[in-house]
Write a new protein. Structure first.
Length: 266
């Protein structure tokens, strides 16, 4: 049996620094709910495919009435999140958040005002019927006057075999697209890190099907969401994403883009 790779660094901390922005994410979820429903009565968030549950931890910081739960199948990142994210909350905040080892396809998952499935994790479902099953489970478990929020990426560059590199203070982050099949839209991605001059390959692996916005909108409508809206990321002066998402009717033909698809349950 092959021994697991022992890394001289905290891979989850590096991932958090390179990829995640939970503080601004939860503000976007809250503000989107306020905008769509013209109401501030949102209280509960469920974070599907939560890994360490960084978003769940940030949600309860926003308001003393807010509660959250995170679902994931892998016990390792859940335990990491309890140790590094949940433990840093106040005792009162900790009482309002739970990380649960559970399949998002299971019945009886916790209900919430907002269900968020981000970091493109739902792309693990490669068959339409399986993704629809997940969407139906979300629809059944999200409260009336609730939202289902997905992020999505795309653009012509998604068909290229490329490796992007981003330098940070203490490391370099690599997003490596190793394959793409235009017949199935399946793609293989790897995350690498360079730390103290040494590159560590394949620290995280993602074997996905790349879904499109029209496919997600159609599936949401089929399972019962009466309205589906898209929030598109704006651009900075250099042509990259600026982290600001606004509701749009039309997108842009970019090499690479990120958006949110939001199902509305009224």
């Amino acid at each position: 049996m092959k021994k697991p790779q022992v890394l001289p660094f905290d891979k989850y901390a590096l991932y958090h620094e390179a990829v995640q922005s939970p503080e601004t994410d939860v503000e976007f979820y809250r503000d989107t709910y306020h905008e769509i429903f013209k109401s501030k009565k949102v209280t509960t968030l469920r974070e599907d495919f939560c890994a360490g549950g960084a978003i769940s931890a940030e949600w309860v910081k926003l308001n003393k009435k807010y509660r959250s739960c995170g679902l994931d199948l892998d016990p390792e990142p859940l335990e990491y999140g309890r140790k590094h994210y949940i433990s840093k909350l106040t005792a009162e905040q900790q009482s309002r958040v739970a990380l649960i080892q559970k399949n998002v396809l299971d019945k009886g998952i916790p209900k919430a005002d907002i269900v968020a499935a981000v970091n493109f994790s739902y792309c693990i479902f490669k068959k339409r019927e399986l993704l629809k099953q997940y969407f139906q489970n979300v629809y059944d478990s999200v409260n009336s006057k609730g939202l289902f929020i997905l992020d999505i990426f795309g653009g012509s560059q998604c068909a290229d075999i490329i490796e992007d590199r981003t330098k940070f203070k203490n490391m370099t982050y690599y997003w490596d697209q190793q394959s793409f099949d235009p017949i199935t839209n399946e793609a293989l991605f790897q995350i690498h890190f360079r730390v103290k001059g040494k590159k560590y390959e394949n620290v995280f692996t993602y074997d996905w099907r790349l879904w499109t916005i029209p496919e997600l909108k159609d599936l949401m409508a089929e399972v019962g969401f009466k309205k589906v809206v898209v929030y598109w990321e704006g651009t900075n002066r250099k042509g990259g994403g600026n982290g600001i998402f606004k509701q749009v009717e039309k997108g842009e033909a970019c090499l690479s883009w990120i958006a949110y698809v939001v199902g509305v349950k009224s």
